[in-house]
Ligand binder design. Sequence first.
Ligand code: FAD
Length: 292
Amino acid sequence: FFNKSKKNMSNNLTISCEFFPPKTEKGIANLRRVREELRPLAPEFYSVTFGAGGSTQDNTLEAVIDIQKQQPETDIDAAPHLSCVGSNADRLRTILNTYRDNNIRRVVALRGDLPSGMRDPGDFRYANELVEFIRNETGDFFNIEVAAYPEVHPQAPTAELDLENFKRKVDAGADSAITQYFYNIDAYRFFLDRCEKLGIDIPIIPGIMPINNFAQLSRFSAGCGAEIPRWLRKRLEEFYDDTESMQAFTLDFLTEFTQQLIDIGVPGLHFYSMNKTQPTLTVCERLGLVKT
Ligand code: FAD
């Protein structure tokens, strides 16, 4: 299974796209259309987020089953995210068994964040404990992805400790990592360097966040440990409500940024699509990553 990696033919890159689980019939139909429109990228997998302690967890299951159902025809794996905070061993075991029963062989293992008002972290404190649990329960059945933070996780006391904590997940059995998004390539390069020095040798795939809504991105970035560089923020602010010009600018920016990532030899590209086809599709078209 792990060797079946279906690299994007043109340049040996693995492409993957991330979605959030839709809650309504309209949202479900929209996601099916987006998945179909992104199919020319020949993605290795489509991942679906999971709300820690939240009420949308069944939606994640439904969304991945919908993706997996088409797997024989599309050759795109489903990769549910699974977070452990606020949960317990029994509940996680049940979810893993359901995935196994549906032949879903990938999971993105996370700690997650407790929703405000929830106090009890449950049986697991950190993602490395979840990775260990999945390996103990299911052996090598799942390909496990974990999160990495080139600009340092916001709760980490130091960058060095955060890196050591990342290594715990790798030592517990993670197969590869997806980064939090960043717009500063030096942060990612420096992170890769430090990982290499620690002997971490799994692929660390950059997560790419397309810029659709600046106000929303700005709010989100403040909380998740991803920085919008000053020059970029200034530029984006200056568009005010001129959406068309902003979209043209962000498309150019993301194309250039993704090209720079390819130039430094990244093993893959993971697009946080926000359930939208654009700008991911056009960026990839411009970079010649679309299968004809
Ligand atoms: P961890 O790796 O456990 O790290 C959390 C913090 O604890 C860090 O500061 C770390 O340094 C520290 N730490 C880790 N292990 C230890 C240890 N053993 N001892 C002491 N300190 C430790 N959230 C969701 O709710 N649902 C999703 O679907 C989702 N998908 C994501 C996908 C990606 C690719 C990324 C990058 C993030 C995603 N998140 C998601 C957000 C994520 O849940 C949060 O960033 C969360 O705060 C940390 O999760 P983690 O798995 O990185 O945690």
